[in-house]
Design a protein around this ligand. Structure first.
Ligand SMILES: *Cc1c(COP(=O)(O)O)cnc(C)c1O
Length: 389
C-alpha cells in the first residue's frame, strides 16, 4: 500500500481495551459494520428502541450513559440528549404540539422559554397563554379544547414562586394534556417530578449535573406514554451533544449528590444571615419559613438548591454597582450550578405578563462550594459599599 492509503487505513483498531473506570471519549460520525447482515441487525435493534449504535448521532456509548444517568436522576422511562438546556426546552415543547394547539406556560418561566413560545411557537401556529404560577387547581379554568401542554417551572426563575404541582397535574390528567416540568433548580434529587404527575421533565445539565461552569448540555426525560413523541422530535431535529461535553457532564454527575448537599446548606446559611441585614428587604428562598412558597416547598420538595434571590431596600443603580462590581468571591455572570459563586441583578423587564414584579431591586445569588463564612463576609462588605454610595 502507498503512504496515502496506509495513513488512512492504519492505526484505527485498538490492540487492547483496558478496563478503565470511565468510558472513553468516542468521536464518531460513522459506525461501521462487518457485513450487510450485521448492519441490518443493528438497524432492527435501533428501530426496536434498543440503545444500539448505528450512527454517530444516536446511541453512542457516552450518550447512552448520559441518558441512563438522567433517567436515574429524574425518574421516567427514557431520555434524550440535547446541546443545551434551552434546546431541551424547545424539543420538549415541539414534541407535544402541532399547528392550532394551545399551551399554558407559567408566568415565572426562564425568559428564553417565554421567548421560544412567543416567537417560534407563535410562528408555527401554536398559541401560548401565560398563567399565574400560584393558580393551582384553578388552572382548569384556562383549559381549552385545543390545550395540549401545561408547562411548569417550580420554583420560578428569578422570583422563586413554588407551584402547586400535584393540583395542576391532576387537573391536566385524562385530557391528553402533557405536563412538562423544567426541574433544573431542584434536580431529581430534591423534586420527584414524575411522582407529582409530570409527563416530560427538562434538565439543563449545564447547571448542577455539569457542576463546573465549563459545559452546555440538556436532557428531556419522558414517561412511557410520551416517550415515542419525544424520541421522534429529538430524531427529526437532529440534535445531540459532543462526546467531550458528555464526558464532562458524566464526570460531574459522579459528585452531584455530594455537591447538592453543600450548595443547599451554604445557601440556607447565607440566606438566613441576609434576612437579618438592614439593607435587605426580603430574601426569596422557598426553604425559609416565612417565604410565601414555604408550605408547598415543605410538602413536595426533598431539599433546596444553591440559587436564590434577595430584594434590596429601595436604592439606585450606582449603589447596586458599588455593591456588585467590587465583590471578591462572587463573579458577575449568567448561568449557575457550578462550584463557583455568582451574582446577577435580576432583570424582569418583559419577563412577566400576569404577575409583574412589584418589588424593589432584585439580586440573584448562586452559592458555590466556597466556605459560606467567606462568601457572607464578601456580601457584607459589598452591602456596606452600597450603603456608603
Ligand atoms: C439555564 C436554564 C436553562 C437553559 O440551560 P442552558 O444549558 O444554559 O441553555 C433552562 N431552564 C432553566 C430553568 C435554566 O435556569
Amino acid at each position: 500500500m502507498k503512504p496515502a492509503t496506509r495513513f488512512a487505513q492504519r492505526g484505527r483498531r485498538a490492540r487492547s481495551q483496558p478496563r478503565t473506570v470511565n468510558l472513553p471519549v468516542t468521536r464518531a460520525s460513522t459506525v461501521t459494520f462487518a457485513s450487510i447482515a450485521e448492519m441490518a441487525e443493528a438497524q432492527r435493534r435501533f428501530e426496536a428502541d434498543e440503545p444500539h449504535p448505528t450512527y454517530g448521532i444516536v446511541n453512542m456509548p457516552l450518550r447512552v450513559a448520559f441518558e441512563e444517568l438522567m433517567v436515574d436522576l429524574e425518574g421516567g422511562h427514557r431520555a434524550v440528549t440535547l446541546p443545551s438546556g434551552l434546546a431541551a426546552v424547545a424539543v420538549a415543547l415541539l414534541a407535544c404540539v402541532k399547528a392550532g394547539d394551545h399551551v399554558l406556560v407559567a408566568d415565572s418561566v426562564y425568559t428564553p422559554t417565554r421567548r421560544f413560545c412567543q416567537r417560534t411557537l407563535a410562528r408555527l401556529g401554536v398559541e401560548t397563554t401565560f398563567y399565574d404560577p400560584l393558580i393551582g387547581a384553578a388552572i382548569e379554568t384556562l383549559f381549552r379544547a385545543n390545550t395540549r401542554v401545561v408547562y411548569l417551572e417550580s420554583p420560578g426563575s428569578l422570583t422563586f414562586e413554588v407551584q402547586d404541582f400535584p393540583a395542576i397535574a391532576r387537573a391536566a390528567r385524562g385530557r391528553g394534556i402533557a405536563v412538562i416540568h423544567d426541574n433544573t433548580w431542584a434536580t431529581g434529587l430534591f423534586f420527584r417530578s414524575f411522582d407529582h404527575g409530570a409527563d416530560l421533565v427538562i434538565q439543563a445539565a449545564t447547571k448542577y449535573p455539569g457542576g463546573h461552569s465549563d459545559v452546555l448540555v440538556g436532557a428531556v426525560v419522558a414517561n412511557e406514554e410520551w416517550w415515542p413523541r419525544l424520541r421522534e422530535a429529538s430524531r427529526d431535529l437532529g440534535q445531540t451533544a459532543s462526546p467531550d461535553d458528555l464526558f464532562l457532564v458524566i464526570r460531574g454527575m459522579r459528585t452531584l449528590a455530594a455537591r447538592m448537599r453543600e450548595h443547599e446548606a451554604a445557601a440556607l446559611a447565607i440566606a438566613r444571615r441576609l434576612q437579618a441585614h438592614p439593607r435587605v428587604k426580603r430574601v426569596l428562598h422557598p426553604a425559609l419559613p416565612g417565604d410565601p412558597g414555604h408550605a408547598l416547598w415543605k410538602r413536595d420538595f426533598l431539599g433546596s438548591a444553591g440559587l436564590f434571590a434577595f430584594e434590596l431596600e429601595p436604592t439606585d443603580d450606582r449603589a447596586i454597582a458599588a455593591f456588585v462590581d467590587h465583590l471578591e468571591l462572587f463573579a458577575l455572570g449568567y448561568s449557575w450550578g457550578g462550584y463557583d459563586s455568582l451574582i446577577v441583578p435580576a432583570n424582569l423587564r418583559g419577563a412577566r405578563s400576569v404577575r409583574p414584579w412589584q418589588g424593589g431591586p432584585l439580586v440573584r445569588l448562586q452559592i458555590g462550594l466556597e466556605d459560606p463564612d467567606d462568601l457572607y463576609a464578601d456580601l457584607e462588605r459589598g452591602l456596606e459599599r452600597l450603603g456608603a454610595a
